[in-house]
Design a protein around this ligand. Structure first.
Ligand SMILES: O=C(O)C[C@H]1C=CC(=O)O1
Ligand SMILES: [Mn+2]
Length: 373
């Protein structure tokens, strides 16, 4: 008899960050992973993970809502269903549950991990095969202190960990932020690519002023300067400046990607499995971007090792990613819940080897960090 999905367990796992991570909407001292353990009747377990940033400060799903909505609504849609037909299971979730893209991504990851283990294939192989086994990874400087950020950047360069840096701005007045970014760019010079992420903090007039100054300072990429839903404004910014715009919160899935491209946007899209409801959805967005001549960027919602590995399997199937990736999530965390961590070296990370995601849980660590209330 072919396998069916038997049980789906969700766990909230709190891991401390190595330092405060300051974004325009929140400062993180820890990250909460929603871990999915999906057991199948053939004895195989699939692992999945969903994260967001700062409770409800990043988007409409919180770790607690992800867990509760999986337990109450999404898991019952999957339990008892055949394990192996991912397209049918994805359609079933879409038909009966709106939104909740992070929860759906965690579940699809667990389905892919199990299917890979079942067939003896890595997730990238299930998706058609990896074109890369080492992907570039940038680092986010977000200590909130210019001097500390510069020291951190030099350390990462020296360790050959990262040579591209993203600065989180938008929490302070624009002139203050521009001085901060320009000081870091000046200290690093041509040794590093410097990009900024404003996380929607500016209105369009502020963005015009801020981006003009950042462009003059030699910044390479401007991420989500204005609110997510202001597509027309983002198109105007992309047409006004030479420095390219990176759309992040503005593009969740392929439909957003199509609308924005058709409105005249140029630049790049941040791909995130969490925004697109999983690996299949994010690859659909990537293909729309490719068809529209828009650059690709492998994005993170600061996932731990499981979500990061899942994303890497998806990015590995794509051709060139014009802006590389930011799959550094596990490096921001003080500890991990897996047996073997991802290998970061030479300014990038290795694609884990399968079957499935190629990741094994450390049961002791998991028990230690899992929330028990
Ligand atoms: O890009 C975001 O908006 C979220 C995330 C990615 C890197 C980081 O530091 O925060
Ligand atoms: Mn972003």
């Amino acid at each position: 008899m072919s396998s069916v999905i038997e049980t789906i367990q969700t766990l909230l796992v709190d891991l401390p960050t190595i330092r405060p991570h300051k974004l325009s909407m929140t400062t993180m001292a820890r990250q909460t992973l929603v871990i999915v353990r999906m057991r199948h009747s053939d004895g195989i377990e699939g692992l999945g993970e969903g994260t967001t940033i700062g409770g409800l400060s990043y988007g409409p799903e919180s770790p607690e809502s992800i867990k509760r909505n999986i337990d109450t609504y999404l898991a019952p849609l999957l339990i008892g269903q055949p394990s192996g037909n991912l397209n049918a299971l994805r359609a079933r979730l879409e038909r009966h549950a709106r939104g909740n893209s992070i929860a759906k991504s965690a579940l699809e990851t667990a389905l892919l991990d199990a299917q890979g283990k079942r067939l003896g294939l890595s997730v990238a192989e299930l998706l058609g095969g990896a074109r890369h086994d080492h992907l570039p990874v940038l680092w986010t400087l977000a200590s909130g202190d210019t001097r500390k950020d510069i020291d951190e950047a030099f350390q990462r360069l020296e360790d050959r960990r990262h040579c591209d840096f993203k600065l989180k701005i938008g929490a302070n007045a624009v002139d203050h932020d521009v001085r901060h970014v320009a000081a870091i760019k000046e200290a690093l010079g041509d040794r590093a690519s410097i990009r900024v992420d404003v996380n929607q903090a500016w209105d369009e007039a502020t963005a015009v002023r801020g981006i003009a100054a950042l462009q003059a300072a030699g910044i390479d990429l401007i991420e989500q300067a204005i609110p997510a839903r202001e597509h027309a404004g983002l198109v105007r910014l992309s047409q006004r400046f030479l420095v390219p715009m990176l759309a992040d919160e503005a593009v969740q899935d392929a439909r957003d990607g199509l609308t924005l491209a058709a409105s005249g946007f140029s630049g790049a899209y941040a791909l995130k499995i969490a925004k697109s409801g999983g690996l299949q959805g994010v690859l659909e967005l990537a293909h729309v971007a490719q068809a529209a001549g828009i650059g690709l960027y492998g994005g993170t919602l600061l996932e731990g090792t499981i979500g990061t590995a899942a994303s890497l399997h998806a990015w590995a199937t794509l051709g060139e990613m014009a802006w590389g990736t930011e799959m550094f999530g596990p490096l921001l965390l003080k500890d991990d819940i897996v047996v073997e961590q991802l290998t970061y070296h030479d300014f990038g990370v290795d694609l884990p080897k399968g079957p499935g995601l190629g990741i094994t849980l450390d049961e002791e660590k998991l028990a230690h960090y899992a929330r028990n209330h």
